[in-house]
Each structure stands twice: as structure tokens, then as C-alpha cells.
Design a binder for this molecule. Structure first.
Ligand SMILES: Nc1nc2c(c(=O)[nH]1)N[C@H]1C(S)=C(S)[C@@H](COP(=O)(O)OP(=O)(O)OC[C@H]3O[C@@H](n4cnc5c(N)ncnc54)[C@H](O)[C@@H]3O)O[C@H]1N2
Ligand code: MOO
Length: 632
């Protein structure tokens, strides 16, 4: 039977109903006693009081001599005072103060003589002494009940004589992956199969929050099998999550099984990704059905599973840091759901900018690349380009990471990955953060202050590169060009070229996949077609687009089309054939004032290095003679 969706509910409302129905889970507070050394991240059950004072006795705070301060009171710069051997005691930092002595003179302020020492100034009582209990006094309250121990706290415990602590037992969380198509990472990947990858992410998210997990084997889409594993998990765990099978497919059984074994409190939340989540309980054990798509699973796990478990552990859920940044692209959102849009942050000309990434719930890599989310609430239609939005960060971004991140918007080439890898190998902080929109849109972004560099390869009327576009986009501002590589552009065809394509004319009755509008490769192709008076719209698939050379080459390899266009290196990488059309220059366009930035200098250094030239040569199809030279 297919699930018919319940009306979706707001996340906060559903979470509230869920939590009100699992009070037994919240109130069951089991504890255990562990060594203080192992208490990092654990939560105290009761208040903890110091057993010893720290320091436990008066002690010297410096290396020097212990004295009776009274005896030193007449010492002056111009009237040094001599102390006999029996009037002082040499001591080290931490030495216990000997009865009768009340101050320490630092060794560098003492002149050692034959039968004693000379001092040049008086010391006050208790000077350079750490007084007993200065840090902690015996019986002081060190930590309240339900305190989460930090690394420093462990030293406080141990220094105060507390060798063992009573802490809350960790919650044991069951993670059950499900789905007939799901295979283990060791299994062979065939069409129709998906590698089980969600649990690795969920287990470490749990671990980061002090939650223990038990991972169960992948269960098939079969009610009896699901019930069997749930029974097992009920005996072994405190909280159960089942991955996938939450939506409306004919094999989505999570809801049905939960209805038969326990209670459903919510099915369907008004958020995206994460909509089909299921909240309920079996017996007294909370149950959450996580949608199978990785980004959806991530959001529901974070917002519902972890937040509920932390509430039981009495740990405050830290609010995410918010950065205000300017949107580089518009975002349109449906009024039905609250949307979580992944964002990459950058700095251009001192301003924070937010670039929206792929929105699909299955795009796991874009989640890993993102710095945070822009949350678009229900009843907001979205935001315009240039709007300042709140980006809720997954984790704080170090300032130097942000400052050394070069926002690059423009044409794509494998060389961008090579540069990034070499920057990492050379231990530079600089990194390229690239969006691939094609050369023309790259120019637009650079001119509007959305990026620091624009990788581009636009052929000029007179055969040079990028100068016409510079004139068009930068009337009042000086820009420079950094030569990156020379490339060979051509036609991608299946290995062995079974259709016997040799020239542009041969393409007329073939099907293609094109590069996106504004991509230099596409403009070059248009130019070559024009020169031969070929009507581009006669080529089947001319309007089907991909955004990178590698995706174009992959489309040919997978036989999604007869041919595509792009640079030779991608054809070599994908092991398909390549028919040469034209050489071209791939350059980084940079505003002249930014050429002096350290991050840009790092890039130029990499481009000029032997390692870079060697790497590009190995890839094939590139010319690095001019790499790293600047044209202004
Ligand atoms: N007719 C409708 N179809 C769908 C709806 C809907 O409202 N009506 N909702 C969509 C939304 S939104 C989501 S999110 C997904 C959630 O689906 P399920 O929870 O039922 O999960 P599956 O369909 O089984 O899987 C989705 C996707 O994720 C992959 N997957 C599953 N488990 C794992 C894992 N452990 N590791 C990696 N990848 C996993 C799975 O193979 C699928 O590709 O439903 C939409 N459909
Ligand atoms: O709600 Mo689903 O999680 O958008 O893809």
C-alpha cells in the first residue's frame, strides 16, 4: 500500500508533540561512575565539590630565594642589603613555603656572594607566593549537576582530588539503513544500486555530540524484516532511527510498521529537504524515520534526533553562528515549505558574499562543500540577487580561511582542481572556491563585485582572448589577465569514433549535449559553426546543457549523445576520442588592484612552478609556456 501523506506540520510543532510523548525517555536518567580522565564530553549527574585545595599548600610562584619580608625592608637600589646564608632558602617554582618565611625574591633580582646574597629592593609579605587554595578551596563547588566536561575541566577535577565522577550514561542510538537498492561499500556498484553512505555521516554527527551508536545491517524493504530488526534494536538501544522508506513509494514501509508496532506523532514536515520525516515511538523508545536522501537525513538527524537526545542529557543546544552576506544569485522558494539552502561564503573587496549551491536533497557533496544554510521560511517567496541574507553556519569559519579563499566564478577547467591540490601540497592557506557558470557570466560576476577572479576563454574578433569582454564590462576600471594554460578545444566522440566524425560538417545529423549558455566552449563552437554557415539549431540536442568539460565527456562516454564539445584533457581523463578544432588561451581575469593580494600571488607562484607544468603535461592537451605571466 502506498502512503498517503498526512498534512505536513511545522518542524517546531511536530518536535514539541513528539517530545511531549516521550517523557519516560527524558526522565530515565541512568548514571555510571568513570575515571575523571575519561570524562571529556560527558555530563555530570550531581554537583561536584573539591576534595583538596589547589594549591594544596603555600608555595613559591618563582625560582628564587625564600625570605622573611620584614628583613628586606631597608633594601634599596642605592643601598643594597646583604642577607646571610641562614636568612634565606633557595627555592624553585612550586616549592612548599617553609614555616616562618613569607615571600620569594626572583633569582634574577639576587646577587649571589660568598657567604650570602645581596638584594637591591624590598619584598612585600606574600610576594611571589601562591597561597593555599588560591585557585580552588577545599569543598568549593567545582561543577553543578548536568555539567558537560571540557578538556580543561578534567584537569580541574584531577587537581582538586576528584579521580572519579558520576556521569549520565550515554544514550545508545540505533541506526538502521534500509532499502532493496542499498549495498555495502564493499559490494560491487551496479546500475540501480546505491552505496550505503548515510550512516557514516550520522554516526560521526552522533559521536560529536557524545551519543553512542549501534549500526545495524542494511534491512530490505520488507515489513517482516523491518519489524525483526526493530525488535532487536528495542532491546539494545534507547532511541531508534530508520533510514529511508519514509515517503510515498510502494516499498516505503516505515510509517506502516510504526503504526503497527507503536505510535506515529508526525509524518511530513513543512521543510525541505527533510519533508517526509516520521516521528513516533515504539513502547517507550523514541523512533525517527529519516528520509533516505543524504541532505534530508542530515537535517532531520540534526534538528530532531540530536536535539532531542541533547535535551535529555540537559546539554544546551548551541545556536548556530549567523553571518550576514550578500547573495550572488536569486533564490526562489515555494511558499509551502521552509527551505534550507546550502551556501558557500566568500569575501570580495572586503564584503561577505553568499553563493547558493545545489539544492537537491541527494547532492551530498554540495552539503560537504557548504559553510551553512540560508533558511527561507514558509510564506517568503525567496530573495533577490544582492539581498543581504542571514547564513546560519554549520561551524565557525576561521578568519584566515575566509580571507584566503579566492572566489572564482566563470569558466570551468580541470586546471582549477590542479591549482587547488598544489596549493594544499605547498602548504599555502589560499584556496580557490569555484562556481562554474561560463566565461560571460563570470565577467558579469567579476564586474558586479561577486568574485575575485573570472576564469575565461572568450575569443576576440581579432583572434586574441578576453579583450573584447574586458572593454565591454570594465569601462572605468583597470583589469589584468593571468595566463593559466593554453588548451586544445575539440569534439568529444565515443572511443574508436564509430560514427566516423571528422569535421564540423559531419555533426549535422548527430545528437549532441552542449555546454551552458555563455560558456566559452559553446561560443567557440557557435563561431566555428557560423564560419561554415551551419544553422546551429539543426543540430539535435543543441539546447541540452551541462556545465563542465568532464560532464560533457561523461555524457559521450555514457552514450547519452553522439558528441559533445570541450577541452582535450577531459577526453583523455574519460578515455574517449577527441577531434581537434582550435587552440585557445584560458586566463584568470582579475581587477588590477587585486593583483597584489597575497592569495593571488600564491596562485601565480603555483602557475609558474615546475610541479604545475609537469602535472599539466601529464594530463595532456595543455600548453604551459605562458602560465603565470600577467598581461595588463
Ligand atoms: N511521490 C512522492 N515521492 C517522493 C516524495 C513525495 O512527497 N511524493 N518525497 C520525496 C522526498 S522530499 C524525499 S526526501 C524522499 C525520501 O524518500 P525515502 O525516505 O522514502 O527514501 P528512499 O526513497 O528509500 O531513498 C531516497 C534516496 O536516498 C537513497 N538512500 C537511501 N538510504 C540511503 C543510505 N543509507 N545511504 C545513501 N543513500 C541512501 C536512496 O537510494 C534514494 O536514492 O522521497 C521523495 N519521493
Ligand atoms: O524533503 Mo526531501 O527531503 O526535499 O528531498
Amino acid at each position: 500500500m502506498r502512503n498517503i501523506y498526512l498534512d505536513t506540520q511545522e518542524l517546531e510543532k511536530a518536535l514539541k508533540i513528539f517530545q511531549e510523548n516521550i517523557l519516560k525517555f527524558f526522565y530515565k536518567l541512568e548514571s555510571e561512575t568513570i575515571s575523571s580522565k575519561d570524562a571529556f564530553g560527558r555530563v555530570s549527574r550531581n554537583a561536584i565539590y573539591a576534595k583538596y585545595s589547589s594549591p594544596a599548600y603555600h608555595s613559591s610562584a618563582m625560582d628564587g630565594v625564600m625570605v622573611k619580608s620584614e628583613m628586606t625592608k631597608y633594601a634599596r637600589e642605592n643601598k643594597p642589603l646583604f642577607l646571610k646564608n641562614e636568612d634565606f632558602i633557595f627555592c624553585n617554582t612550586g616549592s612548599a613555603l617553609v614555616k616562618g618565611y613569607d615571600a620569594v625574591i626572583m633569582i634574577e633580582d639576587v646577587k649571589i656572594e660568598k657567604d650570602g646574597i645581596t638584594i637591591m629592593k624590598a619584598v612585600n609579605p606574600w610576594e611571589n607566593i601562591r597561597i593555599q587554595g588560591e585557585d580552588v578551596v577545599e569543598k568549593d563547588l567545582l561543577f553543578t549537576s548536568f555539567h558537560k566536561f571540557s578538556s580543561v575541566d578534567l584537569s580541574v577535577l584531577i587537581a582538586s582530588g576528584i579521580t572519579e565522577v558520576e556521569v549520565l550514561k550515554k544514550v545508545k542510538l540505533a541506526i538502521i539503513p534500509s532499502g532493496n537498492e542499498i549495498i555495502g561499500e564493499e559490494d560491487e556498484l551496479k546500475i540501480g544500486k546505491i552505496i550505503e553512505s548515510n550512516s557514516a555521516m550520522l554516526i560521526s554527527m552522533a559521536r560529536e555530540n557524545g551519543i553512542d551508536t549501534l549500526l545495524y545491517p542494511i534491512v530490505k524493504d520488507n515489513k517482516d524484516d523491518i519489524k525483526t530488526v526493530l525488535e532487536k534494536a528495542l532491546n539494545e538501544c534507547d532511541f531508534i532511527t530508520l533510514i529511508a522508506g519514509t515517503s510515498a513509494g510502494s516499498k516505503d514501509y516505515a510509517r506502516e510498521v510504526l503504526e503497527e508496532m507503536g505510535e506515529v506523532y508526525a509524518h511530513g514536515l513543512s521543510i525541505k529537504p527533510g519533508k517526509p520525516a516520521i516521528l513516533g515511538k515504539i513502547g517507550e523508545t523514541p523512533f525517527v524515520g529519516l528520509p533516505g536522501y543524504p541532505v534530508s537525513a542530515h537535517i532531520i538527524f540534526d534538528k530532531i534526533v540530536i536535539s532531542t537526545i541533547l535535551k535529555k542529557m540537559r546539554v544546551n543546544i548551541e545556536d548556530k553562528l549567523i553571518l550576514k552576506a550578500k547573495l550572488t544569485r536569486p533564490i526562489i522558494s515555494s511558499l509551502k515549505n521552509r527551505e534550507y539552502i546550502r551556501i558557500k561564503i566568500g569575501i570580495v573587496d572586503g564584503k561577505l558574499i553568499a553563493t547558493p549551491l545545489d539544492r537537491k536533497a541527494g547532492s551530498l557533496y554540495s552539503l560537504s562543500e557548504s559553510d551553512g544554510y540560508v533558511i527561507i521560511d514558509r510564506n517568503i517567496e525567496g530573495y533577490n540577487r544582492g539581498d543581504v541574507v542571514n547564513v546560519s553556519l554549520h561551524r565557525p569559519i576561521p578568519k584566515n580561511v575566509l580571507e584566503n579563499r579566492i572566489v572564482s566564478i566563470g569558466s570551468h577547467d580541470i586546471v582549477l582542481d590542479v591549482i587547488n591540490d598544489l596549493l594544499a601540497i605547498e602548504n599555502k592557506n589560499t584556496r580557490l572556491s569555484s562556481s562554474h557558470v561560463g566565461s560571460l557570466s563570470g565577467f558579469k560576476a567579476l564586474s558586479e563585485g561577486d568574485s575575485l577572479i573570472a576564469p575565461s576563454h572568450l575569443l576576440d574578433k581579432n583572434g586574441t582572448y578576453n579583450n573584447d569582454a574586458i572593454k565591454l564590462f570594465f569601462k572605468n576600471e583597470k583589469v589584468g589577465k593571468i595566463n593559466v594554460v593554453g588548451r586544445r578545444q575539440g569534439i568529444y566522440v565515443e572511443k574508436g569514433n564509430p560514427l566516423g566524425i571528422k569535421t564540423i560538417e559531419d555533426l549535422l545529423d548527430k545528437t549532441m549535449i552542449n555546454r551552458q549558455r555563455g560558456a566559452g566552449t559553446r561560443l567557440l563552437f557557435d563561431y566555428l559553426l557560423d564560419k561554415k554557415n551551419i544553422d546551429k539549431y539543426k543540430i539535435k540536442g543543441y539546447d541540452n546543457e551541462v556545465t563542465t568539460h568532464l560532464s560533457a565527456a561523461l555524457a559521450v562516454k555514457n552514450r547519452d549523445c553522439d558528441f559533445s564539445i570541450g577541452v582535450e584533457s577531459a577526453a583523455i581523463k574519460m578515455d574517449i576520442d577527441f577531434i581537434y578544432l582550435k587552440d585557445e588561451e584560458y586566463q584568470f581575469i582579475v581587477k588590477e588592484k587585486n593583483l597584489k593580494l597575497n592569495s593571488i600571488k600564491d596562485i601565480i607562484e603555483i602557475l609558474k612552478s615546475k610541479k604545475f607544468k609537469d602535472t599539466m603535461e601529464k594530463l595532456g592537451g595543455y600548453n604551459t609556456d605562458k602560465s603565470g605571466s600577467i598581461i595588463i
